[in-house]
Structure formats: C-alpha cells, structure tokens
Design a protein around this ligand. Structure first.
Ligand SMILES: [Zn+2]
Length: 783
C-alpha cells in the first residue's frame, strides 16, 4: 500500500520517486517523510482501501481522516505484555501434506537473512550502504558524455538501488517488530538517514545529465533495448524531470523553494491533525443510548454542580456516540464540534493548494492533478473526473433509495418518541440509522460468527487455499527471526525438483505483543531481480498482523473482518513472492499506486464465497462449519447501504480532485459543505471547516483519493470475469500468476489487465455487484 505502490513502508527509490510526486523532494526530507509517508502508506494500502465488505470498519477511518503519525502505530496496549509467551503455538502449520509436493532435502539457493543485528550494526550498515551508493553515483556522475551507456548508467544505478534496498529495508523494519527499544530507535534513525539520502539522490543534477547522455547515446547507436530495459530508462528520466532537474537554474531554484515551503505546510497540517485534543461535553441524559461500557470510558467532571462527560474527537470515543446516541440534538452538536475541530488547518490547506498550483505551472503541467496522475494508471485529472462522474451517476439512484429507507426509519422513530420531524436526513443521522437498519434487517450477530473462526483453523486453511490456487508450497524453516513468535517459510513451486523451483521467503509475525506495529501490513523486505552475474536474487515478504488473543476460556478467535484482512494481506505477500522481473524496482507490488490494492481487493472475494466460508470455519466447541443461514447473513451484510457509502467516498474524491484542478483559489469551506450535500445526499447543519481534517490531502493522497474506488473496479472485474465461476481452480490461479503477479510493475498495469481479462477492463462488474446485491434490490436494472 504505498505511494509508489508497495505494501509496506516504501523502498528508498520509491520514496525518491514518491517525494517527487508529493512535491516534497528537496529539503523537507527525513522528518516530513518519516512523519507521514510510512504509516499512511500502510493504511492506504491495506486498512482503508479494504473491500466493500468492510464498509462499517472502513467508514470511521474515512470520517476521521488518516492517522498520520508513525507514533500512532508503534505503541500497543500494555495488556499485551502478558501475552507474549509463544503465541505461535496457537496454530501449527501442517507441512505433512506439502512435503509430498517438494522434493525432500532441497535447500534454498539463497540463505535466509540474519536477524541478529545490534543497534550499532543497524547504524553502521546503513551508513555504509549510503556511502557506497553515494560513491556509485559520484562515479557515474564523472562519466564523460561518450562513456554514458545503458550499462554504465541505467544498469549500474538499478543494481546499486537493488543492493542498497536489500541492506537498508530489513534494517528499517526492526522499528516495527523488534522487542528491543534500542533496536527500534536505531532502526528509526536509520530510516531517517535513508530518506534524507533519497532526497539527496533525487536532486543530483550531475547524475541526471549522465542519464540524458546515455539515453541519447542509446538512440544514436540504434540499439534496441528490451521492453523492461526501455521502461527503466523512461522511468529514470521521467523521475528527474518531475523533480525539476530539466528546468533552467532559476526555475529549479524557485521550485526548490516552493517545495520546501510546501513540505513545511503539510507537516504543520499533520502535526495539528495528530495533536488535536478538543472535547465536546454532554450530560448522561444527553448520552442516552450510548453503550454503558463506552460511557464509562469518557472523562467525567463536574461543572456548576452538573455532571458532564468529555468526549474526545477520537474514533473510539465519538463514533459510538454517532451510532448510538438517541437524541438527535446530541448527535448534531457532536458532529459540529467534530467538523470544527481543525479550523486551524484551513489557512494551511489554502497555502498548500496555492503552492501546488505554482509547482505544477513551473513543471509545465496544466494542473496538480495532471502532475500527480502522470505516473498512475489513470494518467490525467480528466481521467479521474470522468471516472467519478460516471460512478456518481450510476450510484445516485441507489443512494436515493437507501436514503429513503433510512429516512423512513427516522420518521417512525421520531413519531414514536414524539420528537419533531422536519423531513430531512442529516449527516449526524447517517451512522445512527445505518446501524439501526443493519440491526433490524439482518439480525447478524458478529460475536456468534466469531466463534466459527479460530485462528488455529483459519490461518492454515487460508494458506492451504493460496498454495493450491497458486501452485506453491510453504515449507516451514527453523531459523533465526526477529522474535520467537515469528514463523519462517521457504516457498517453493509445487513439484519443485531442484533449486530452480525456489520462489522466496515468507515470514509471518501474526500475534500481538508490546511495541509491535499494531495493524496488519506486508513489508516486501527483499525484491526479486536478475543479478549482474545472471543469477536470480530471491524475494522476501513479511506479514505483520495482530490476530486475536486467546482468553482463559476461549481460543484465539477472529471476526469475519479479520479473516478478510488476513486474506487481503496474504494477497500482497504473494504479489511480492510470485513476481519475476528483471529489475528490482519493478518487482511485485511496485505497480502504480492506483492499482496496487486491486489484486488483494479481488482476493477478498474469497471470504464472501459460501463454500470457502464453509471450508475455513469450524466452531471452536462443536467443530461445525458455519450454517447456511449464517453464511447467507454474512454475505448479505456486505452490501448494506452501499450506495450511500460510495457516494460519500465520491464526495471526498471530488473535493480532492476539484481543489487540485481549479486554477484559482476559492472558499474551500463552502466547497466542502456544498459538495457534501450535493453528492453524499446528507444535509449538513452550520457550515464547518471540515476540510481542515481531510488529512489525505496533505498525507500523500493529493489528487489520489479516487484510487480507493478505482482499484475496486478492477478487482471486481478480475473476479467476475475470471474467478467467479470457480474461485479455487488452480488453472485460473496460474493465469492470475502469469498475467498479474509475475509482471509486477515491469509493464503498464493496463496491459496486464488486458492480458488477464482478454479485453479492456470496465466498471460493469463493480456496479452490477453493488446493484445486483443491494438489499433495496433492483435499482440497477434500469441503469
Ligand atoms: Zn492492502
């Protein structure tokens, strides 16, 4: 999930590239990037782009804006401390069946990496890697123009970056998983050094000039590069141009100054976002309906003899209020406080947008959106506009119908409680009636479903499904890892007879512990690529998750949401393992940012297929699979109020697009409120500066919000066109490997999709799925 399309924190080169995209490239460096690139990236990739199956999970995040600080993720509740002892024993991976499929006694042609670094090692090795890479760039920069060739410049740089990443990525990874504070701190500092160096490298005019000379010489010689080599040349040159290196000196300096200010403004915006600590206060009477365990977590105080509860704007505090507070006046007041909470960011956003307009103009792009999308699948601001308009037009009738149903619920409730009813559906009504509708129409009990998903059953079953589908085998390897809970696997082609069948390494770090990254994400720690000596360098992907904890009377159980997340993340792991490219920078998930989630989003569909659900479930006491009735309810829950949900997504995306395509500034508070009413079909109250909390816009998602929905369209198309008829068919799995996973970013994503689908992708499957399954039914028939 990352800006430049990786699932973990991005690699240096992508960062370099990313900073250019972000407009951060020159000076702001370490802190800015470290502050929001990594975690948001992960979020973007995996948490918030979650499939439509997790609407209710995802929405709070979107409403709350992204969490921009890596600090937000690095601490775990102290209660986890007591759980450390060998949680990996919770499930045992069964290699008995797979041992038949791989010749016994095979040894991977590449040893597994060591995980015994000290803090000093981390610092020293990082500095050495930087020094080596700088020397390499210095050497290249000294080449005479006639000495600049594909080999002496592009290939040398590509090899340099692959080696650099292979050393620094695992070292930067310790901060997320190490039990030692000393190591985590050293790792964090190492990452700052790496990011600073990335900025330095991205701005080297001397190296850029050798690239131009080499490109010229290649053309003049009439030499024909292969497609991936040509792509390497084109991408490396484009990066330099996007960083402003092709501009005359005066403009280059101007751009540098603009970017410096831009990064500072963005940093201040996110700092305010992270440090926001306002509250809104209510009496117990006003909080009627909010569950008692939630209320007991609010801070109580006395003011003028009255007991008041302070509710922060953080998700766990304020979202239960939106969902449960019966008094509409309470919800309204809470919402207005929520919308106003970052008014301090309004002038900062104004300034950031102005700076971006100036940067785009200097770099000769019509709009900032055109600049950003040049390196994405969608290619232009106009492309985003067409995509969003088309979807909005299709979704509106569905949303209107859902809104009518929810408004009907509101009318009935107001009548029963003798509350005034003005016929309007407000934004603070949405969560409340969405929840009521689900409770009344589905009667789906999440806690009952959970009993059917013990970790010890789900994890091996999912691995088994992937192995059979994609024709690979996991062989557990006993060896050094960063923590005793971690399981390491050598991954082989099914039926491997010799070391040529080796695929790579996979690490699973699945259980919570203190100071571990607290969400689920995949780090592609080593890329696969062709080495200079002709041999292959093999990839390594690490999944870090926080699966359920056992209690004294129950084993570790997963919610259905967790099952979907695990399946999704494993999709990234296989993207990282099964790619086979010539160059490291195109490996696996290094695809366009607005495509990177599509494969994993597609794979989420398996978790909504009745026969797969049956296969992966087993009640922790009775050992029975889920009943047909429960499966039916789970499947139905996927599409509840999906029209309103996506219209809300479109509102965010359209605001993001408009502010990055307009040539002039406007009143963004008015724009925010007007667009919200017009697109998401909910009425607002007083016009609050909600754009001040739209963190995506400074956190790397500028002109990128559409990507959440855009990749879902491809996911739906791939699934419906190829897999739907038999999601477990290994022949289809092989087709997926060949057309989507193997090429990684080594060619245009659209070409991969065309090959896989046998035609150009379209949004039919996506809309059909939404409309065909919507509980209100049949709305799509007339579209
Ligand atoms: Zn993801």
């Amino acid at each position: 999930m990352s800006l430049a399309a990786r699932t973990g924190p991005p690699r240096l080169r992508h960062l370099t590239h990313k900073r250019t995209v972000l407009g951060l490239s020159t000076v702001a460096v370490g802190l800015a990037a470290a502050h929001y690139a990594g975690p948001l990236t992960n979020l973007a990739g995996c948490r918030s782009i979650a499939g439509y199956g997790r609407l209710r999970e995802v929405t709070p995040f979107l409403w709350n804006g992204p969490r921009l600080s890596s600090r937000a993720f690095s601490s775990s509740p102290s209660s986890l401390l007591s759980l450390t002892p060998s949680l990996s024993k919770l499930f045992k991976f069964d290699t008995a069946s797979s041992s038949q499929s791989v010749m016994p006694g095979l040894t991977p042609p590449q040893p597994a990496p060591k995980w015994s670094h000290t803090a000093e090692d981390i610092t020293r090795l990082t500095k050495e890697a930087i020094e080596h890479d700088r020397e390499l760039q210095d050497r290249i920069a000294k080449l005479k123009p006639e000495e600049c060739t594909f080999e002496s410049v592009f290939l040398a740089l590509a090899e340099g970056e692959a080696k650099f990443d292979a050393i620094t990525e695992p070292l930067s990874f310790y901060q997320n998983v190490s039990a030692s504070k000393e190591l985590r701190d050293a790792s964090n500092e190492a990452e700052v050094l790496v990011r600073d160096f990335g900025v330095e490298s991205s701005m080297r005019l001397d190296v850029f000039e050798t690239k131009l000379a080499a490109e010229k010489n290649i053309k003049a010689s009439g030499r024909k590069l292969n497609a991936e080599e040509q792509r390497l040349v084109d991408k490396m040159i484009l990066e330099g141009k996007r960083a402003g290196l092709a501009l005359p000196e005066k403009e280059r300096d101007e751009l540098k100054a603009l970017k410096k200010e831009l990064s500072q403004v963005c940093l201040e915006f996110s700092k305010n976002f992270n440090e926001e600590n306002g509250v809104v206060s209510f009496t117990l009477e006003e909080l009627k309906g909010v569950p008692a365990d939630v209320v007991s977590g609010y801070t109580k105080r006395t003011e003028n003899g009255k007991e008041l509860y302070d509710i922060t704007h953080k998700t766990p505090d304020i979202f239960p209020l939106f969902k449960y507070a019966e008094n509409p006046e309470t919800r309204r007041r809470a919402h207005e406080s929520y919308d106003d909470r970052l008014a301090i960011n309004v002038p900062l956003l104004d300034r950031a947008l102005e700076l971006r307009r100036k940067c785009a103009a200097l770099l000769r792009y019509k709009t900032w959106a055109d600049f950003v999308t040049e390196v994405k699948m969608i290619k232009s601001g106009k492309g985003i506009e067409d995509f969003l308009n088309d979807l909005e037009q299709k979704l509106r009738p569905l949303g209107v119908k859902e809104r009518e149903i929810l408004l009907g619920l509101k009318q009935a409730e107001h009548k029963a409680k003798n509350l005034p009813f003005d016929g309007e559906f407000y934004i603070w009504d949405y969560r409340y009636y969405d929840r009521k509708f689900i409770e009344e129409s589905l009667a789906l009990d999440d806690s009952l479903v959970k009993e059917y998903f013990p970790v010890s059953v789900v994890v091996p079953t999912i691995l088994e499904i992937y192995q059979n589908l994609l024709g690979v085998r996991f062989e557990e390897v006993k060896g050094e890892t960063w923590h005793p809970d971690v399981q390491m696997f050598a991954v082989w082609e099914n039926g491997a007879k010799d070391e040529n069948g080796f695929v790579g390494y996979c690490y699973l770090d699945l259980f919570p512990r203190a100071s571990k990254y607290s969400h689920a994400a995949v780090w592609p720690l080593l890329p696969g690529y062709q080495r200079a000596d002709g041999k292959r360098s093999y990839p390594l992907a690490a999944m870090v998750a926080n699966l359920a904890k056992p209690t004294p009377d129950r084993p570790a159980l997963m919610r259905h949401d967790d099952v979907v997340t695990f399946f999704h993340e494993m999709g990234h792991v296989f993207h990282g393992l099964l790619s086979r490219t010539q160059f490291a920078r195109f490996h696996g998930t290094s695809v366009a940012r607005d495509f990177v989630e599509a494969p994993s989003q597609m794979l989420e569909n398996w978790c909504w297929e009745p026969r797969v659900l049956e296969k992966m479930s087993s009640h922790f006491e009775t050992k029975q699979p889920l009943s047909a009735d429960l499966i039916d309810k789970i499947v139905k829950s996927r599409y509840v109020n999906v029209g309103l949900f996506y219209l809300r997504q479109l509102f965010f995306a359209k605001f993001d697009l408009k502010v990055h395509t307009d040539q002039d500034a406007t009143d963004y508070t008015a724009l925010w409120n007007n667009l919200r009413t017009a697109i998401s079909l909910v009425k607002g109250g007083k016009q609050g500066p909600g754009q001040g909390s739209f963190g995506h816009i400074v956190g790397g998602y500028d002109a990128g919000y559409y990507g959440y929905t855009y990749s879902l369209v491809f996911a739906a198309d791939m699934y419906a066109t190829v897999f739907k008829k038999d999601p477990l068919d290994p022949k289809l799995g092989q087709r997926y490997r060949d057309s989507i996973l193997q090429p990684g970013g080594s060619r245009e994503e659209l070409d991969s999709l065309k090959e896989f689908l046998g035609r150009l992708p379209n949004s039919d499957a996506f809309t059909k799925e939404l409309f065909g399954n919507a509980p209100s039914g049949g709305v799509g028939a007339s579209l």
